[in-house]
Write a protein that binds this ligand. Sequence first.
Ligand SMILES: C[S@@+](CC[C@H](N)C(=O)[O-])C[C@H]1O[C@@H](n2cnc3c(N)ncnc32)[C@H](O)[C@@H]1O
Length: 302
Amino acid sequence: MPATPFLKWAGGKGQLLDRLLPLLPPQYERYIEPFLGGGALFFALAPARALLADLNHELIVTYQMVRDQPAALADCLNAHRACHSKEYYYRIRAERPDDALEVAARLIYLNKTCFNGLYRVNRSGQFNVPMGSYVNPRIYDRANLFAAAQVLAAANLCAADYRATLDQASAGDFVYLDPPYVPLSASASFTSYTATDFGERDQHELAAVYRELDRRGCYVMLNNSATLLTRELYRGFEQRVIPAVRAINSKGDRRGPVEELVVVNYVVGDVAEAGHQSGDNNLCTLSMLMTRATIRYASFRR
Ligand SMILES: C[S@@+](CC[C@H](N)C(=O)[O-])C[C@H]1O[C@@H](n2cnc3c(N)ncnc32)[C@H](O)[C@@H]1O
């Protein structure tokens, strides 16, 4: 059974997979995702080797527990499910457990029972989302949890800033960047996955890191909102605009179609039929060499 994300995450890419999969490089050494969130693309690809990271420490602890102790985690989740009520939700929300299994079970429980299924913290790092109005929240799917553990078995997991993660990227790695987005309007900002905001200066720094990865010979794909700023920051690279639906917004009237930008530093489409295998060096070697040559040529032009 292929695994799917076990969390609902703001900015999750589940709805965009059909658009993103045809834009992947045909072959790569290692999959690197430094803004992991719910990991929709990671689960869709199930790569043979992966480095996954996020600044959200509790999120990474949760992935580690799913990978290393799925049975014990399922027991904890069953206990949460049995006790679920309004009073219980707010009691668990107020707790700050130290034990890794409890951290993971609490995060999954709150994620699946809170309003809109979003993970948001205030400036002191406290999860502050009110309870949602689900009648019988599912909380987790046991088979999917075990399938996720299997896919994660091949992954290194780090709680880190994206810059530290990307220091480890080398030629031939595929880096997928799905950062907090540039807001479409001043009031539309959603950058509170962690206690620190991701502002315009961070977007400039990220674009500089993108160029550095390109110089290093990595295959890089980035998602962001399609704004004048993002188009300018990634000028010189291939940019595709794809339609999306803004999924997380407390105001129903602000949910609706938006445009997203996908930026890649390699040529897509010409060798896509070769498949999206990772770790098998016998496959698509010619395609890989061609794509690498294309990256070098594109970098040279810039
Ligand atoms: C748009 S979400 C990623 C969504 C994910 N691709 C998915 O499918 O669910 C952005 C993620 O970046 C993380 N983040 C924010 N600032 C970061 C930083 N400086 N370094 C690493 N991760 C960061 C947030 O915790 C959040 O999980």
